[in-house]
Design a protein around this ligand. Structure first.
Ligand code: GDP
Length: 295
């Protein structure tokens, strides 16, 4: 994860370490290299520019020029800025409603169905909940089967209605089913398309308005870089969701989505998905991610 970004930041920060005397020009060069590394990692240009401007101001303000360990000081400044950029602290999910309804949204192939299974597994194993999965991807029977298989693996029931093409109705029926079967969390997996289209947005908006979820989570493939950020924005405009789930962080992703989404949509990343197995799910900790990026 983020190998190229790690290498470039390491190189930039290494160059300023171990010098006898640091000048403002050295700081400016380092900052420029950091900016280039971030842009190469698909971080939005303005976000990278603002971040590195703050790094430069802090470096000068905190006397990096006279520091005996300028490399360490710069690394700490960059670390703190990355943590801030990613939202500061971990934000969990709100499970206070009885039952708690969680709506899962995102493009087709982003990893929604896989995440729905992982979330159910996490809530069952780690939070002692009794979840119900709901298959609302009514256009793709394969997606319904996929959710049933995942449900079987983790021992969580899956609510489906064969032949019913109305996701609002299915969701409402599922909520009634959950209430009479003492399920305390309902996870609704919705239909996605390959790209944003009005019909999909209307459908998810209708489900959202009908079920009034406790949490709406937007799932996005971290490999898609700036597109991930644009899609995140489009879904947020319609759903005003509560949090983001970044998937496929086990792949060769450059890091742009993880670093930029928070500041663009002003919603926290809540979970990261790091594989196809049901256990490959982690809460997102900005601090840990910054540690990882800086090696
Ligand atoms: P959906 O169309 O949004 O429901 O997406 P799926 O859940 O069907 O996922 C699409 C593909 O990505 C499937 O082959 C999943 O196994 C795979 N996938 C999902 N999440 C991850 C992940 O975090 N890492 C990897 N490597 N693959 C994933």
């Amino acid at each position: 994860m983020f190998n190229s970004l790690q290498d470039k930041l390491d190189k930039a920060l290494h160059n300023i370490s171990g010098r006898g005397k640091i000048t403002e020009i050295n700081v400016a060069e380092t900052v420029k290299e950091i900016r280039r590394a971030l842009v190469d990692a698909d971080v939005n240009y303005k976000v990278a520019k603002d971040l590195t401007k703050r790094v430069q101001d802090k470096a000068i303000g905190q006397n990096v020029l006279t520091s005996l360990t300028p490399g360490q000081l710069m690394t700490k400044i960059v670390h703190d800025e990355l943590v801030d950029l990613m939202g500061g602290s971990q934000e969990g999910i709100n499970l206070s409603d009885k039952p708690t309804i969680i709506l899962i949204a995102g493009l087709q192939g982003s990893g929604k169905t896989t995440f729905s299974g992982k979330l159910a597994n996490y809530l069952k194993q780690k939070r002692s909940k009794k979840p119900l999965l709901v298959a609302c991807d009514v256009y793709r029977p394969a997606a319904i089967d996929q959710l049933k298989v995942l449900g079987g693996q983790i021992g969580v029931p899956v609510y489906t209605e064969e032949g019913n093409l109305n996701p609002v109705q299915i969701s409402e029926n599922a909520i009634n089913f959950a209430k009479s079967n003492s399920h305390d969390v309902i996870i609704i997996d919705t239909a996605g398309r390959l790209a944003i289209d009005q019909e999909m947005m209307n459908e998810i908006r209708n489900v959202h308005q009908a079920v009034k979820p406790t949490e709406t989570l937007f799932v996005v493939d971290s490999m898609t870089g700036q597109d991930a950020v644009n899609t995140a924005k489009a879904f947020n405009d319609v759903l005003n969701y509560n949090g983001v789930v970044l998937t496929k962080l086990d792949g060769d992703t450059r890091g742009g989505a993880a670093l930029t989404i928070r500041s663009v949509v002003e919603k926290p990343i809540k979970f990261i998905s790091t594989g196809e197995k049901m256990e490959a799910l982690d809460l997102f900790y900005p601090e840990r991610m910054a540690d990882r990026i800086l090696g």
